[in-house]
Design a protein around this ligand. Structure first.
Ligand code: AMP
Length: 397
């Protein structure tokens, strides 16, 4: 693979897979959050500054049956043009005559956006012939869509095979990979993973993979109560996955064997119902009265967790400590977020990833106080599980 920083783009047409899957207003198709578009700007500008032209391809939404106006990337053209301070051309299809003639006419410094890749079923099917047609549009392939790197789709993976040498990662992709690799492959100790969220079942593979790398695993959120129940404790009406009790015990056993310290919340804030206005009680997490459910870690657990976090040099955080969307149950997640920020200020490296923990750091205005906030979602989770992402492999080899 090549390196975007040293590659000579002069006279080259760069075919860039971006993630422009942005939310659009249902009425007038106005972009309601342009974060993903903004994220791709440095890669686009790098190619243009180097004397190349840019062909952008992306999916938008989940169109079921071919083209649909509400999923058209044409709604992004004007805003993208404003961000780049240039005119953006648009091809009404990503393959065929419309795409080939628009790509052929591109001059250095020009930008072309192709219509939604998923208007063709072959995109998600990863069809070779479709990927070949996409590949024919450019001289060099750049993958800058980390969020879809776990999918072996035509534009994310298969297309790379048609560029045996001339392929590379864009800045979004390399930023994500460098940050995750720093944590998973080069962590400074002590390394603490904070795992939260609703269920154990979604996190087992990640916890198993992390078990070989971390010193501490802090557990919070709904998944804690499956552990307590597995240990024969009283968890009231808390969320429990009864089919994962043995899994929870296995995790505790493996941690002991590997010398990994597991932290479970000593106390909880419990609600009489799953409601912000619920009547609450503060109790030990293994003595939750009937009729109450643990909806946040308690102050004692938050203090203990903050101390472990603040003494760590590497922190990986995935999943909230409670139902942080409800102000009554946000405190534990907020304390943990503040501790991650404090540790980062003292020199620790902190990576926050996975939908809800990202929402949490944003809610508490702490996104710029942690080292890296991943936008990866499913791709990040699979990478943390130790899976070789097809989109990464196709470029990196
Ligand atoms: P996940 O997608 O598995 O990371 O779960 C995130 C969701 O878990 C958030 O929407 C939280 O509101 C929810 N959650 C966190 N703690 C609890 C809890 N103790 N009981 C029920 N749901 C929880």
């Amino acid at each position: 693979m090549k390196n975007i920083d040293t590659y000579n783009f002069a006279g080259k047409k760069a075919l860039i897979r971006v993630d422009f899957n942005v939310p659009l207003d249902k009425e007038d198709f106005h972009i309601t959050d342009d974060t993903r578009i903004r994220a791709a700007i440095p890669t686009i500008k790098k190619v243009l500054a180097g004397g190349g032209s840019v062909i952008l391809m992306s999916h938008l939404g989940r169109p079921k049956e071919g083209p649909a106006n509400k999923y058209s990337l044409k709604h992004l053209v004007a805003h993208l043009g404003n961000l780049l301070n240039t005119t953006v051309k648009f091809a009404e299809d990503c393959i065929g005559e419309k795409a080939t003639s628009a790509a052929a006419g591109l001059k250095p410094g020009e930008v072309l956006l192709l219509e939604n890749l998923r208007f063709h079923k072959q995109e998600e099917a990863g069809t070779e012939e479709f990927a070949k047609q996409l590949a024919s549009l450019g001289d060099v392939y750049i993958n800058d869509a980390f969020g879809t790197a776990h999918r072996a789709h035509a534009s994310t993976t298969i297309v790379a095979h048609f560029f045996p040498e001339e392929k590379m990662f864009g800045y979004v992709m390399s930023g994500e990979l460098n940050s995750i690799d720093k944590v998973l492959k080069n962590a400074e100790r002590p390394f603490t993973a904070i795992m939260g969220g609703a269920k154990v079942s979604g996190k087992i593979s990640i916890i198993t993979n992390l078990m070989n790398k971390v010193d501490n695993i802090i557990i919070g959120g709904g998944m804690s109560y499956t552990f307590f129940k597995a240990m024969g404790k009283q968890v009231g009406n808390s969320l429990v996955e009864d089919d994962r009790l043995q899994t929870a015990l296995d995790i505790l056993k493996t941690a002991k064997e590997k010398g990994v310290q597991i932290y479970l919340p000593s106390d909880s804030i419990c609600g009489g119902k799953f409601d912000n206005a619920a009547q609450t009680v503060h109790c030990l997490s293994f003595e939750i009265p009937d009729g109450y459910m643990g909806l946040d870690i308690g102050p004692q657990a938050a203090e203990e967790y903050a101390s472990v976090i603040e003494n760590s040099k590497t922190i990986l955080w995935n999943g909230p400590m409670g139902v942080f969307e409800m102000p009554t149950f946000e405190s534990g997640t907020k304390q943990v977020a503040l501790a991650v920020a404090a540790a980062t200020a003292k020199g620790a490296y902190s990576l926050v990833g996975g939908g809800d923990s990202v929402a949490a750091v944003n809610q508490f205005n702490l996104a710029d106080k942690v080292s890296y906030v991943s936008t990866g979602g499913g791709a990040l989770l699979e990478y943390m599980e130790g899976i070789d992402l097809p989109g990464v492999k196709a470029v990196r080899g």
